[in-house]
Design a protein around this ligand. Structure first.
Ligand SMILES: [Zn+2]
Length: 142
């Protein structure tokens, strides 16, 4: 969670770098009716800096569910692994869309642990995706 104030310029740089999407669930900020938060990838409580390299855009729920964690359990192997780092790892190497964008599946230990820990297929989000798919606004094409 964020405690240090983030300047508008830094927030803008983070949002642009994240493609104005949540770095975890990939929801586009423009279709949610709310401005997303800035997540400290390594939380301040663990020494993470308020600097572009350690910040990403995240929707409110992903930010809340991630909380101050940097590790989680891969539900398939039981291994403890680092959560997905959107600034050093490519989303598409760790996750993929299933059912035309309704569900996110983890492709790697990191992907599976992150899907599980941040609940990237939480029911309210899956319901919203169903609507976004119908209007052609989801999933992201790049
Ligand atoms: Zn999210």
């Amino acid at each position: 969670m964020s405690h240090t104030r983030i300047s508008p310029a830094l927030r803008q740089a983070v949002a642009e770098r994240s493609g104005h999407r949540c770095s975890y669930c990939q929801t586009a900020e423009s279709i949610t009716g709310s401005l997303f938060t800035v997540d400290h990838i390594v939380p301040e409580s663990l020494g993470g800096q308020t600097a572009l390299d350690n910040l990403c855009l995240a929707c409110w729920e992903c930010n809340l569910l991630k909380h101050d964690r940097i590790i989680a359990t891969d539900p398939e192997t039981g291994a403890t692994v680092r959560l997905f780092n959107p600034n050093t790892q490519a989303w598409r190497e760790h996750f993929s869309w299933q059912m035309v964008g309704l569900l996110i599946v983890g492709l790697t230990s990191t992907g599976r642990a992150t899907v599980n820990a941040i609940r990237l297929n939480r029911p309210a989000l899956v319901n919203a995706r169903r609507l976004w798919i119908q209007i052609g606004s989801h999933p992201p094409q790049d």
